[in-house]
Structures are given as C-alpha cells and as structure tokens.
Design a binder for this molecule. Structure first.
Ligand code: GSH
Length: 86
C-alpha cells in the first residue's frame, strides 16, 4: 500500500500511529507529497480529486481517503485487538 503523506499533516500522523499500533506500518510505503488549499497537487488528484492528505492507494489502485476511513480500513487488515469498537 502506498500512502500519500506529509509529516506536517496531523491526519497523516494519526494514520501512521494507527499503522504502527496495528503492526501494519511495514506494509505502507509513504510518498512525501506537498499539498496546499490554494495549490492542488495534480498527481495526487489522479487518485483523489479532493487533493487531500492522507490518501491511501491499495495494490489494486483503489484509493481510500479521509483519515478515519483509512484507519477503519486498516483495522480490517490485522489480527490484533481491533481499535474501532464493533
Ligand atoms: N477530514 C480529512 C482532512 C484531511 C486534510 O484536511 N488534510 C490536509 C492536510 S493536513 C490537506 O490535505 N489539505 C490540502 C487541501 O485542503 O487542499 C481527514 O481526516 O483526512
């Protein structure tokens, strides 16, 4: 999986904390991406028309965005105790 990210984004940091807590961090390749509300990232917009970080790109090229949605998806991928309540 590929994560469009920036260390400046609190939403990216939330996803990365989630990935570390669930043991999924090694499966995520981070791609440093610069976005600004007044300067959308053309490359990122190919995957996410909102041009927002974080955006997670799956191996089948499905794009998942919004940090909460990404975290909920990641929670389905591991065998540890689930972090989202049922
Ligand atoms: N609700 C979104 C918010 C994401 C968000 O606003 N990310 C900022 C970076 S911290 C961004 O991509 N801003 C660029 C823009 O708004 O064009 C989430 O939880 O992922």
């Amino acid at each position: 999986m590929l994560l469009y990210c920036s260390p400046r984004s609190p939403f990216v940091r939330k996803v990365m904390i989630f990935a570390h807590e669930t043991g999924l961090a090694p499966r995520i390749e981070c791609v440093r991406t610069v976005v600004a509300a007044d300067r959308p990232h053309v490359g990122l917009m190919q995957e996410n028309p909102l041009s927002k970080l974080p955006t997670l790109l799956l191996d089948d090229h499905t794009a998942i965005f919004d940090s909460r949605v990404i975290c909920e998806y990641l929670d389905t991928l591991h065998d540890r105790r689930k972090l989202f309540p049922v």
